[in-house]
Design a protein around this ligand. Structure first.
Ligand code: DAH
Length: 351
């Protein structure tokens, strides 16, 4: 046997074991390169062939090609075997636990300051026995204005002050300018007694540091036989104490709203400059008066009762409406109402 034949026979005998010994794809590829690569063993044999006499060259060439094909087949087979082994191992391994907590700690969100204030105020009124009503933000002109005693030419009804919407056919509609619309809705649908609150978004053509085109109010409404201003006063005092702590005084200043008579604006003792002895030093928040205005209120006007089909001789009641942004600005010392709706995390993270 020629030395070339010997080398071919040796290689044929050895390569299957060498491939079988390769445990990884990379090891297998390295081993394959040692045989078939540019400087590989079979390539070296091929080069030796040049020295052979012509008549032998052809037969030897065939043997080389045969062995090359065998090596390639062996390589592919071992490659497939390794891939299958890896896949079987993956499948046999314990499954991924999809319930494990993530490695990246996502920052937690929290309630918007207006939501927190609303929930606190709602909780206080619920503790006092008030139900919670809801109402639409797109409202009929009648419920927003007429039934509440606004004369048709009242400035609030002006294009400049309210957002009038497209006409849906059932009367003029607008984005409600206050939550007082639910007074009309309640009385048109049910008979007294009433004791409810209604929080919600309201809309006006206003835009500066203390006015936003969209803001939130909370209405309270109580109607029954024999309801007096003393009841209103009692609810206000209790509300002030529960919101701002004991020794929070309340005062009523006469004011005008079309749907109440008498009407009042309500101030509470400033919580920011309160001294331990209960007196108030005066500060920037209360503009050095010791008092902060928080809401409007009054006794339901008899005309409102009549418009809504309730006998003012039989029933009396009170209503109040407060701005939730205002309560939030006071509580959190925020000086620009627009911050609440700008969605800037640097602001919202502070709550
Ligand atoms: N609706 C009034 C406003 O938006 C607030 C208000 C005042 C509500 C007096 C009332 C009330 O229920 O009695 O300015």
């Amino acid at each position: 046997m020629s030395s070339i034949d010997q080398a071919l026979a040796d290689l044929r005998a050895a390569f299957p074991a060498r491939f079988a010994a390769a445990e990884t794809e990379q090891a297998l590829r390295d081993e394959n390169a040692k045989i078939l690569g540019k400087k590989g063993e079979l390539t070296a044999i091929l080069k030796e062939m040049g020295k052979l006499p012509n008549e032998e060259r052809r037969a030897t060439g065939e043997k080389v090609n045969l062995l090359k094909a065998e090596v390639e087949k062996g390589f592919e087979a071992r490659l497939a075997e390794l891939a299958k082994g890896k896949r079987d191992a993956d499948l046999a391994a314990p499954p991924f636990d999809l319930t494990l907590p993530g490695r990246l700690a996502l920052p937690r969100g929290h309630k918007h300051p207006i939501s927190r204030v609303r929930e606190d105020v709602v909780a206080i009124f619920r503790q006092m026995g008030f139900a919670v009503h809801d109402g639409p933000e797109i409202e009929l002109e009648t419920n927003n204005f007429e039934r509440l005693g606004f004369p048709p030419d009242h400035p609030a009804t002006d294009m400049q002050d309210s957002f009038w919407t497209e006409d849906f056919g059932g009367g003029r509609t607008l984005l409600r300018t206050h939550t007082s619309n639910i007074q009309a809705r309640a009385m048109m649908g049910q008979k007294p007694p009433f004791a409810f609150i209604a929080p919600g978004a309201v809309f006006r053509r206003d835009d500066d540091v203390t006015h936003s085109p969209m803001f939130h109010q909370l209405e309270a409404f109580v109607v029954d036989r024999g309801v007096s201003m003393a009841h209103l006063r009692g609810v206000l005092s209790e509300f002030a104490v529960r919101l701002y702590g004991p020794d929070t005084p309340v005062r009523l200043r006469p004011s005008y709203f079309p749907f109440v008579e008498p009407g009042a604006e309500v101030d509470i003792g400033c919580a920011f400059c309160k001294r331990p002895d209960g007196t108030r030093a005066g500060c920037n928040v209360c503009k050095h008066t010791g008092w902060i205005e928080i809401l409007g209120c009054g006794m339901i006007h008899p005309v409102v009762f009549e418009q809504c089909g309730i006998d003012p001789e039989e029933f009396t009641g009170f209503a109040l409406g407060m701005g939730l942004e205002r309560v939030a600005m006071l509580r959190y010392d925020v000086d620009d109402i627009r911050l609440f709706t700008e969605n800037d995390p640097r602001f919202l993270e502070q709550f």
